[in-house]
Write a protein that binds this ligand. Structure first.
Ligand code: 2BA
Length: 108
């Protein structure tokens, strides 16, 4: 068995969960937050057979898009009233960050 953790963007989460559920996978959806952008994202938790990992990854790939975000860095400390607006930093987010771990599932 494998435990798959998939960090995906909010915009992609619903269609991905629908697709995985239609394929018969059990999915747990957790609200999460990225440490860099400090924005909400979604972490999906799936326990699957080893032979199903590729199918899950294929489905994640089909439903998760790469998006560009612009982050404003902190402005430099102003001296003598001058202001230099810092250039926004371009960041590519997604499609998805996927971790596959060995797992044993026990239902109590
Ligand atoms: P965030 O930490 O908010 O990161 C959002 C995007 O910012 C990242 O997209 C990446 O393009 C960029 N980024 C992150 N840390 C950076 C840094 N130290 N310097 C420069 N740019 C940086 P993704 O790589 O697609 O990651 C999307 C989200 O997936 C992350 O949100 C985080 O929640 C999760 N994630 C990504 N890699 C991870 C890892 N190795 N371990 C745990 N979570 C991870």
């Amino acid at each position: 068995m494998k435990l798959i953790l998939a960090v995906v963007q909010h915009q992609d989460a619903s269609s991905l969960v629908d697709a995985l559920t239609e394929q018969g996978f059990r999915v747990t959806k957790l609200s999460s937050q990225g440490g860099f952008l400090r924005e909400g994202n979604v972490t999906l938790l799936l326990s699957v057979e080893d032979t199903q990992v590729n199918m899950v990854i294929k489905t994640v790939r089909e439903h998760c898009s790469t998006r560009t975000r612009y982050v404003s860095p902190m402005p430099p400390i102003a001296e003598s009233g001058e202001f230099y607006p810092p250039a926004p930093l371009e960041v590519q987010v997604g499609g998805a960050t996927v971790f596959v771990l060995k797992a044993e599932a026990t239902r109590l």
